[in-house]
Design a protein around this ligand. Structure first.
Ligand code: SF4
Length: 382
């Protein structure tokens, strides 16, 4: 990181300055016996100087290449901010199907934030699944109005909540205090003044916004002025994105109970593969370096997860049948058998869940009871 290089360099320069003063002092006072004022040995001075040269070289490299960070081991890896600790890493993206928890799309990004990943992952999944329409659930970190727009344009319905920004106390009125009148295409302020469209502007994200402006004379004499605009501003301005209506429709849809229920399912769907990959399969780090190689290793990891998931779902015997069917081109013939097999597994799973609840309530020994339960019995109970 450029900041830490600058900090270390400053520390070393300060240390060199102190050592230099100590040398001057010893020259003037050759009989000095105070340990604190003794200058460092020549070897130590050479070491410090070498370290300083190295840091200067690093800083020069970062400045010449206009970089704020650089990883010598893997230049493609970037600093990722995590709740526990920050680390140099890649941002692994996966899209998981909600029914069987297969990974349908994966990608590697060198950017720590997920804000530009929603459409990338959604469109990849849509292509893989070959669907006309699709729902995608993501967490708040993916919230980006441009990405939401791209998804909706491509028949993908995104389900993600809008991040809520807390307004600090004493701050000015927020945009939601100004009501939009679609018919008149203007905003109405808390003092009932109409803010009309005055110009257009483009923000840093490349979005075109209309600028709605109030009258300076009305704002000047308004009793709410202090709460509305800074002292030196003549009149109020509101910026409205050209696709704001689409965004508002999306936001009101996210407020429905149905949408909230769908969003709640996200964690249990997508964290399942991550949990299995890290805890069960033990892949917590990439073994290769460089984005191209890491992309390959990541694809292998995700493939292995999917393969394991498939075997867990249909078993080895049925998997062999699937391979034969694929070879002979008659996969349709065994589709019904696969569905029946999975349905049976689900029945058993539901039965076990019910038993776990029952035995934990009765505080009896679960392992003994389950071991002695005959298979047919399980099916009847489910
Ligand atoms: S300052 Fe202007 S925009 Fe704000 S509330 Fe008063 S009249 Fe309305």
């Amino acid at each position: 990181m450029k900041k830490s290089v600058e900090k270390d360099l400053k520390k070393i320069e300060e240390k060199i300055e102190i050592d230099f003063k100590k040398l001057q002092f010893t020259e003037k006072n050759p009989n000095n016996n105070e340990n604190m004022l003794k200058p460092p040995t020549v070897i130590k001075l050479l070491k410090i100087n070498k370290r300083k040269e190295k840091l200067e070289k690093d800083l020069d490299f970062l400045e010449k290449n206009n970089l704020t960070q650089y990883n010598r081991t893997d230049p493609d890896a970037k600093l990722m901010v995590k709740p526990a600790h920050n680390l140099m890493a890649y941002n692994v993206q996966i899209a998981v199907d909600g029914k069987y928890k297969f990974i349908v799309a994966t990608d590697i990004s060198s950017v720590g934030q997920d804000t530009n990943q929603l459409y990338n992952m959604a469109s990849k999944s849509k292509d893989v699944l070959g669907q006309e329409k699709m729902n995608i659930i993501a967490d708040k970190g993916y919230y980006n109005t441009n990405e939401i727009k791209k998804c909706i344009d491509n028949n993908i319905t995104p389900f993600l909540s809008t991040p809520k920004y807390k307004q600090p106390k004493g701050e000015l009125f927020t945009a939601d205090k100004f009501e939009y009148d679609e018919e008149k295409d203007c905003y109405r302020c808390p003092n009932n003044q109409e803010l009309t469209k005055a110009s257009f502007t483009q923000d840093r994200g490349g979005r075109t916004n209309s600028v709605y402006q109030g009258s300076a004379s009305k704002c000047k004499n308004c009793p709410l002025r202090e709460k509305c605009i800074p002292a030196k501003t003549a009149c109020k301005r509101i910026y409205r994105w050209e696709h704001q209506k689409m965004l508002e429709q999306h936001q009101s849809k996210m407020e429905t109970d149905k949408a909230k229920e769908i969003i709640k399912k996200r964690g249990s769907i997508v964290e399942h593969p991550f949990g299995t990959i890290k805890q069960t399969l033990g892949w917590t780090h990439f073994l290769v370096r460089g984005k191209v190689k890491v992309t390959g290793e990541n694809a292998l990891i995700m493939f292995t997860y999917n393969f394991r998931r498939l075997i867990n779902l249909i078993g080895i015997a049925l998997f062999k049948k699937v391979l034969k069917a694929l070879k002979n081109g008659n996969i349709e013939a065994i589709k019904a058998e696969i569905v029946a097999y999975i349905a049976m597994l689900l029945h058993i799973w539901v039965y076990f869940l019910g038993r776990i609840k029952f035995y934990s309530y009765k505080e009896e020994k679960l392992s003994f009871r389950l071991r002695d339960t005959p298979f047919e019995h399980l099916l009847r109970f489910s």
